[in-house]
Design a binder for this molecule. Structure first.
Ligand code: G
Ligand code: G
Ligand code: MN
Ligand code: NA
Length: 255
């Protein structure tokens, strides 16, 4: 496949970068960011991770690509920590695909990169989707426990869109649920979406997990979520995913 060989070349070459999207609290203070991978392919232009991540998983390249992302982000975190300002305190969420999460070497790889970069594990949050839970649950539990014993936080992305049962939340050691943008988009007009978002927030609160609403694009969506008890927000209303320098400028200007 042509895209697959381009992807191999991209990993060897220097065609990837990481963009950062701000997360804020109810007062608009910066509280973290999500790292989002970007591929600038010479022949294709910007290719979305939703196209190439599945391909990387199928072709066995996800280990290498996932390593590259973690290393890039953790070097960046270590760099920010040297500055000792607000940037040094922000937890950064890294998306990890189901296949990557289930590589037997996943936890030791995270540990190795933490050691190599000197980044604090407290500043790293691993974002997994419900598809990562559709494996032997004993193994999932073990991996999550190992990560959290290292001081790394774990967030469940796209919550409510996959196949996980609520019972998983009881067994798994998680820190955060992310309310999928699919529930936020029509939250003002669709009573079902509003009910689901509100239920996720109540569930997170009862289980002592934090909750982040994604895809917040308007002030009215933010207000509605705020009324429901939401305390963490991410979306174009606050910022698009930005290249490192623009993200740093955004944080400095808001601090
Ligand atoms: O930012 P964007 O719309 O391009 O992201 C598209 C999808 O790709 C999202 O589902 C996001 O979680 C995923 N994604 C972005 N960066 C990464 C990454 O580094 N690793 C993995 N596995 N998925 C990513
Ligand atoms: O699957 P995941 O939740 O990781 O994907 C996040 C995706 O959502 C990224 O592709 C990111 O670029 C995109 N995104 C972030 N904020 C917004 C937003 O406010 N509106 C829309 N439509 N997409 C967003
Ligand atoms: Mn995500
Ligand atoms: Na999501």
């Amino acid at each position: 496949l042509a895209l697959e060989s381009d992807l191999r070349a991209a990993i060897r070459g220097n065609q990837f970068s990481v963009h950062y999207q701000l997360q804020v609290d109810e007062d608009g203070n910066s509280v973290g960011a999500e790292a989002l991978l970007r591929w600038q392919c010479p022949g294709r232009g910007m290719v979305s991770p939703s196209e190439f991540i599945p391909l990387a998983e199928e072709s066995g390249l996800i280990g290498q690509l996932g390593y590259w992302v973690l290393e890039d982000v953790l070097f960046q975190i270590a760099n920010w920590q040297l500055r000792g300002d607000l940037l040094s305190e922000l937890p950064i969420a890294v998306n990890v695909s189901a296949k990557q999460f289930h590589l037997p070497s996943f936890c030791s790889t995270v540990m190795e990169i933490l050691r190599k970069t000197g980044a604090s594990p407290r500043n790293l949050k691993i974002e997994i989707t419900e598809s990562a839970l559709a494996y032997d649950l004993t193994i999932v539990e073990e991996t999550l426990r190992t990560l959290r014993s290292m001081g790394v936080r774990v967030s469940l992305d796209d919550f409510g869109t996959g196949y996980s049962s609520l019972g998983y939340l009881k067994r798994l050691s998680l820190d955060e649920l992310k309310i999928d943008q699919g529930f936020v988009r029509d939250i003002l007009d669709d009573p079902n979406d509003a009910a689901i978002a509100e239920t996720i927030l109540a569930l997170a609160s009862a289980l002592r997990l934090s909750a982040v609403a994604e895809g917040v694009e308007t002030e009215r969506q933010r207000e509605r979520l705020l009324q429901m008890g939401c305390k963490r927000f991410q979306g174009y209303l606050f910022s698009r995913p930005l290249p490192v320098s623009a993200f740093e400028a955004l944080i400095e200007q808001s601090a």
